[in-house]
Design a protein around this ligand. Sequence first.
Ligand SMILES: Cc1cc2nc3c(=O)[nH]c(=O)nc-3n(C[C@H](O)[C@H](O)[C@H](O)COP(=O)(O)OP(=O)(O)OC[C@H]3O[C@@H](n4cnc5c(N)ncnc54)[C@H](O)[C@@H]3O)c2cc1C
Length: 527
Amino acid sequence: MSPAPAPPTSLFWFRKGLRLHDNPSLWAAIKDAHACYPVFVLDPWFLKPERVGVNRINFLLQSLADLRSSLKARGSNLLVLRGEPQEVLPRVWKEWQVTRLCFEVDTEEYAKERDAKIRAAAEEDGIEVISCVSHTLYNTEDICAKNGGRPPLSYKVFEKAMSAAGPPAAPAPDLPDKLPGHDPTRKWAADKDTNVPSLKELGYDEVPQTPFKGGESEALARLAEQLSDKAWVAAFEKPKGDPAAFDPKPATTILSPYLKFGCISARLFYESLQQVYKEKKQHTKPPVSLLGQLLWREFYYAAAAHTPNYHQKEGNPICKQIDWDDNAEFFKAWEECRTGFPWIDAIMAQLHQWGWMHHLARHCVACFLTRGDLYVSWEKGRDVFDRLLIDGDAAINSGNWMWLSASAFFYQYFRVYSPVTYGKKYDKNGDFVRHFLPVLKDMPAQYIWEPWKAPMKVQEQANCIIGKDYPAPIVDHAAVSKQCIARMKAAYDAEKAGQNPSASPAKRKKGAAEEDTPRKKKAAAAK
Ligand SMILES: Cc1cc2nc3c(=O)[nH]c(=O)nc-3n(C[C@H](O)[C@H](O)[C@H](O)COP(=O)(O)OP(=O)(O)OC[C@H]3O[C@@H](n4cnc5c(N)ncnc54)[C@H](O)[C@@H]3O)c2cc1C
C-alpha cells in the first residue's frame, strides 16, 4: 500500500478580496492543510503616485492592516511582500515548499495576464492551483454563456441572462476560529520586511483627506449600519438621490471602495439585501433599487471581461468613434477644478479630497468634459477618475464613462446636464460648493452658481474676484453644448452611414439605429 499523500502546504495570495468572510479560495487553501501562508504582494506596477492617488493607497494599507490583525486573531498572519509577483511568488513557494497555491479570480486585463503567468509557473513547479470566483455575484463567463456567448450590452439583456443563470451562490461559510499557521519547523521568509508599509515608504508625501477608512471591519460595520434602516433600503431609488448631500452623510451607501477591494463581498451584500426585502415586501426594484445598483456592477463586469479593447475607443466594437478634441487646456482646467462653473469644480474638488462622489455628480462632470461642453475624450476623464477614486474599478469606470459620453450603452447625446441649473436644484443654499470650494464660501447664494454674474461690489465683499481668485467660466455653456450636440449627431450619422472605418463590420452593417430602441430608452431613463 502506498503511503497517504502528505497534507498540503498552501500559499494564499490576497489581491482584491481583502476579507476573511465569503472567501472560497481561502477555504480551499486551508482545507486539510499542514500550513498556510497568506501573502499580499505590493506590485510596483500599481504603486506609483501618478497611477494611484494617495486616498486609494491609504485605503489599501488600512485594509491590509485590518486583514493582518484578523488573521493574527486566528493564529495566522499576513505577509506583505514587495516586488513583481512573477518574481516574488516563485521565490517564496520554493522556500516554503508550497504544494498548493490559491487566489480569487480577477477579470481585469492586467490581472488576467499576470495570473496566467503565475499559474503556468506554479504548475510547472508541480504546485496545485485553485482559483474561485468571489469578487462578483456570478462568473462573468456564465452570464455571457447564458447570453449566447456574447457579453450583455444592455441592462435588460443582462437581467435576462442573470435570471437564466439562477440566483447567485450563497456566501461561503465563516472560517474556523483557528487557521493553519506557518510550518513550525521553518521560518517565515524575509521576516524583517513583511509589515504593512507606511505611505512615506511607498513614496507618497501627500496626506490623505478622505473620511473613509479601509478594511473588512469597517466594511462590515458600514453594511450593517446602512441596511439597518430598512425603510430607507426599501425606498431607495437611485435617480432620486441627492448628489450634493455630504453632511452628515451622503445619499448612498459608500460601499463602492469596499467592494472595489473586496473588503465586503458582493454576495453578502446581495444576501443581506434579500433579507431586508423579505421583511419589507413593498420595495423598489432594479435598475433603480439598491439591489439594482449591485447589478449594474455585475453588468459592467460581464461587458468588460468579454469585449475586446473595452478600455479604449480604438478597436472597441461597442464604442462609438467620436472625433473628440485634444484640448489640453480645457482638460487641465476640468481636472484641476478651474472650469469656472462652481458645481463642476466642487465635484472635482470632492474627487481630489474624498476620492468619492455621488453617482449623479459623476454624471455631471463626465458629461461636461465630453459631449456636454468640452468635447474631450472619455478616456482622458476615465484616467483621472481611475487615479483619484478610491473605488476606481476598471470595468465599472470605463463602462460608465462610455455611457456618459454616449459612446456605448446610452445614446441620447442630446440630453445634456446643465453645469448651473442641475446643481442649483439640489444644493439650494450652495453648502456643497462652499464646503469643497472654500474660495466661494462668502459668495451669496444668489450668485454661487454663476459667480461671474455677481456685481463687482458683491465679489469684493465675498473676497472673491472672478478672474483673479476664481476663474471666469471657460466656455459659454449655452453655445458650446449646442455645438457639441451637432458634432455628436454628425459622428452618429457617419457611423450609421458606414463611413466610420473603426466600427466593426457587424456594427457597420446593422448601423446604430437599432441601439435607440424604446426598451433601451426606458432603461436609460431609469438609470
Ligand atoms: C463616470 C462614472 C465613473 C464611475 N466609476 C466608478 C468606478 O470606478 N468604480 C465604481 O465602483 N463605481 C463607479 N461609478 C459608478 C457609481 O457612481 C459608483 O459605484 C457609486 O457612486 C458608488 O457609491 P455607493 O457605493 O454609495 O453606491 P450605491 O448607490 O450605494 O450602490 C451600491 C453599489 O452598487 C454599485 N454601483 C452603483 N452604481 C453603479 C453603476 N452605475 N455602475 C456600476 N456599479 C454601480 C457599486 O458597487 C456600489 O458600491 C462611476 C460612475 C460614473 C458616472
